[in-house]
Design a protein around this ligand. Structure first.
Ligand code: SF4
Length: 434
């Protein structure tokens, strides 16, 4: 356990009470640093209720964030469900420890309840033990509260009452409030957000994207629009109220929507400073700080060097993810991405320059891994091999199939062949929403 003094000092010491088959633990300290490890980790500060059937964990507002069944039928003792702030349940699976970390850079595979582009994973939400636990946790909680409450002091009973009030309807309404604050749901997070288990505060500094590519399933239909500062300021104040005390468990920002880099230097730097200050992210129980955003070929090439230098000097590690898709013109046309291949190539080389010169900024790139025009895969292999002077540990490449909802072993083998030829860290992109 990593109880960092700054955060730990403002919370009471961990407290535990057992009764019969049930136990309650309050102010538990999870790990205080995001790490890639092959065993389950709980991050930040949380409360836990354990019964004979399940383990349930809650954030500081008493909202459930974790579930694990304890019965024989639970798929694996080291697999669990996580509830996101958008009120999705994700199932974290080990993937049988079979190549998951090589494929996605993480030891656990997040399975989503909605169709996504993942080539890995099974159908955990179809397993009765998983679907039943998602449906029955409110009853399990109510039974545990009835069992535990008589012996508890007032402060613990208050926390239990808060947990009970956050029933599935209330949680759904809370997620809807979040989407309203942002002006819409975050339909896709940058793949780099995996470094913080996708735990981010979303602040939208603009809307939509520049290209509206034909192939893209996550784009906003709204025309591209820069948000004025007063809208961003109001959004940040409302996010502070929405997160309440639970920003202590978050150290990272996502600047949305699909091309925050196009919002310009002044907005990007001001939004990072303001949001971190108002939300108190520097005092998080999670060490460090991160900013994630999407860019595009045009916003990357238009951004002045001074912006990247300023981001490098900030107190955060900054990850910018750019969709390049292909360096083959016929394939770009097929995808309906309105760009010239030469410009995509120019962006790729600019990315290498930034990654080679600024330690605090990492620009990552996405490519389509599918049978497009005949020139696509050969040009991609050439780019990721000969196109990079030497092997680098920074500047991840994320590959993604066009199809959604169809895991495929043969596509995974194609991915491994590309990964072997690439001089950059190369992973599968798992599209996850918030
Ligand atoms: S791929 Fe990116 S730029 Fe193209 S439509 Fe989707 S969000 Fe917009």
């Amino acid at each position: 356990m990593d109880a960092r003094p700054a955060a730990g000092s403002v919370f009471p010491a961990e407290w535990r009470h057992d009764h019969g088959d049930c136990a309650i633990r309050l102010y538990c300290r999870g790990t205080g640093r995001y790490a890639k490890v092959s065993y389950p980790q709980q991050y930040g500060i949380y409360s836990e209720i354990e019964t004979a059937e399940a383990v349930m964990r809650f954030n500081l507002k008493g909202e459930i964030v974790y579930l694990r069944g304890k019965g024989q039928d639970w798929p694996h003792p080291q697999e669990w469900l996580k509830r996101t702030i958008g009120n999705d349940w994700l199932y974290y699976s080990t993937g049988g420890y079979n190549g998951v970390v090589e494929a996605i850079g993480e030891y656990y595979l997040p399975n989503t309840p909605y169709p996504t582009n993942s080539l890995l994973g099974g159908r955990p939400f179809e397993l009765p033990a998983v679907s039943q636990l998602i449906a029955s946790w409110p009853d399990l909680l109510a039974e545990a509260v009835a069992e535990l409450s008589p012996g508890l002091p007032g402060h613990a009973r208050e926390i239990l009452a808060r947990m009970l009030s956050n029933d599935p309807q209330a949680l759904q309404a809370r997620a809807a409030e979040l989407f309203a604050i942002n002006g819409g749901r975050v339909t896709v997070l940058p793949p780099d957000a995996r470094h913080v288990d996708y735990d981010v505060v979303p602040v939208h500094v603009n809307e939509g994207c520049l290209y509206k590519c034909r192939f893209c399933r996550v784009k906003s239909e709204r025309p591209y629009r820069r948000r004025p500062w007063d809208e961003v300021e109001i959004q940040i104040q409302r996010l502070r109220d929405w997160f309440g005390g639970d920003t202590v468990n978050v150290n990272s920002l996502f600047l949305g929507e699909h091309d925050a880099l196009a919002a310009g230097s002044e907005m990007i730097l001001a939004a990072i400073d303001r949001a971190r200050a108002v939300l108190g992210l520097a005092d998080s129980a999670m060490a460090g700080g991160n900013v994630f955003l999407f860019g595009s070929v045009d916003s990357l090439l238009a951004a002045p060097a001074s912006l990247f230098e300023a981001l490098d000097r900030s107190s955060c590690q900054v990850y910018i993810n750019v969709g390049l898709e292909s360096v083959d013109q016929e394939s770009l046309d097929q995808l309906g991405k309105p760009l010239a291949a030469a410009r995509v190539m120019q962006a790729f080389h600019r990315i290498q320059e930034i990654n080679g010169s600024l330690a605090g900024v990492e620009v990552t790139a996405n490519f389509i891994m599918d049978d497009l025009a005949p020139g696509h895969l050969p040009s991609l292999v050439k780019l990721l091999g000969e196109g990079v002077a030497k092997t680098r540990s920074k500047g991840c490449i994320y590959l993604s199939p066009l199809a959604v909802g169809s895991p495929s072993r043969s596509k995974v083998m194609d991915f491994y062949r590309l990964k072997q030829l690439s001089r950059l860290p190369t992973f599968l992109y798992i599209i996850q929403r918030l």
